[in-house]
Ligand binder design. Structure first.
Ligand SMILES: [Zn+2]
Ligand SMILES: [Zn+2]
Length: 331
């Protein structure tokens, strides 16, 4: 499946995007991908909340919150399941604390947008004032594993405290205002071409991604968990791996196939993935997987750093192929 990518026209508005480092997860590679490369035994995920700020409109939103400090109390069943997987979790701070310590008032956050319902993305919206709305992808309210919340719904995978006393908005990509970008249905969030939310199911039914315009001709694509490690996404026929960079190259197919259960809806996942590879091959789009370690490992974090023109500043190839270092740790 190949996708032709036509990026939306610039309409004079941009957003700033920065990464709040909330915590870390170490997960056995074999749980997430088939046939891990020998020596690549664990994936070291960073947990972020991404602050997206539209100065012209005077609006701020957060895309995901990372894991919450209180998850042992608020999501004990999820905790029990997660710990059976030999994964380790570390929460450094709630996203709300990081904002407060940088003097960003929580009341200035208009919305929290969840890429999907997994606990290392949903954080603790209850720490935000009731004026901050919570935005979720399509089908969230009709899926018994997401709504109502836990513990009213014992099978709920999110805490009901997330929605209590605030607006819970479920995106509707079937409206007449929906566009298509990279073959995915899209909504223009600020109505000025600076931020598009993209329907991207597969990993979770309500999974969405965010395409943020950081300059007239550059975007950051916050891809959520549409790929859980860059080796699942890269290389691709659209952007092959040069033979100078890795033994056995050139190659045009990703290093890894995801484990089946990480993409429960395989058909939807294929369409999302084809779009993601098209974005990833564009010199105008910086694809950022939810748990990309780059910002954590280089200390390029909110409030000091932002993601605008990141690839130009750090080198397109160096950024794109950074993950190859993960395969050499055990060599
Ligand atoms: Zn997930
Ligand atoms: Zn995740």
């Amino acid at each position: 499946m190949s996708v032709s990518l036509s990026l939306p026209a610039y309409r004079g508005s941009t957003v700033g995007v920065s990464a709040l480092h909330v915590g870390n997860v170490s997960v056995p590679t074999s749980l997430r991908v088939q046939k891990p490369i020998p020596g690549h035994d664990t994936i070291e995920w960073a947990l972020y909340s991404f602050l997206i700020e539209n100065e012209k409109a005077g609006k701020k939103v957060l895309f995901d919150l990372g894991l919450m400090k209180a998850w042992k109390e608020k999501l004990p069943d999820i905790l029990a399941r997660a710990h059976k997987t030999n994964s380790t979790f570390e929460v450094l701070a709630d996203a709300s604390e990081i904002l407060t310590s940088a003097s960003v008032p929580l009341a200035s956050i208009d919305s929290i947008i969840w890429s999907h319902h997994h606990h290392e993305h949903t954080g603790d919206p209850s720490l935000f004032p009731p004026t901050t709305s919570l935005v979720v992808g399509p089908g969230f309210k009709s899926n018994p594993s997401t709504y109502p919340g836990y513990p009213t719904n014992p099978d709920g995978q999110v805490s009901e405290t997330a929605f209590q006393g605030r607006d819970l908005l479920e995106l509707d990509f079937t409206t007449s205002s929906a566009l298509k970008i990279g073959g995915l249905r899209a909504l223009d969030w600020f109505d000025d071409g600076s931020l598009y939310l993209l329907e991207a199911p597969g990993h979770a039914p309500e999974h969405i991604m965010a395409l943020a315009r950081t300059s007239a001709d550059r975007f950051v694509l916050l891809a959520g968990d549409a790929a859980e490690h860059a080796g699942v996404l890269r290389p691709s026929p659209l952007r092959p791996l040069p033979d100078t960079l890795f033994p056995g190259s050139p190659r045009t197919t990703p290093f890894y196939e995801p484990r089946e259960y990480t993409i429960p809806d395989a058909a939807a996942g294929r369409a999302t993935f084809a779009a993601l590879q098209a974005f990833d091959a564009s010199a105008h789009v910086f694809v950022v997987l939810a748990h990309e370690p780059l910002f954590r490992d280089s200390g390029a974090l909110f409030p000091a750093a932002n993601l605008a023109r990141w690839e130009e500043r750090h080198g397109q190839d160096a950024v794109h192929w950074r993950f190859l270092a993960d395969f050499q740790k055990g060599a």
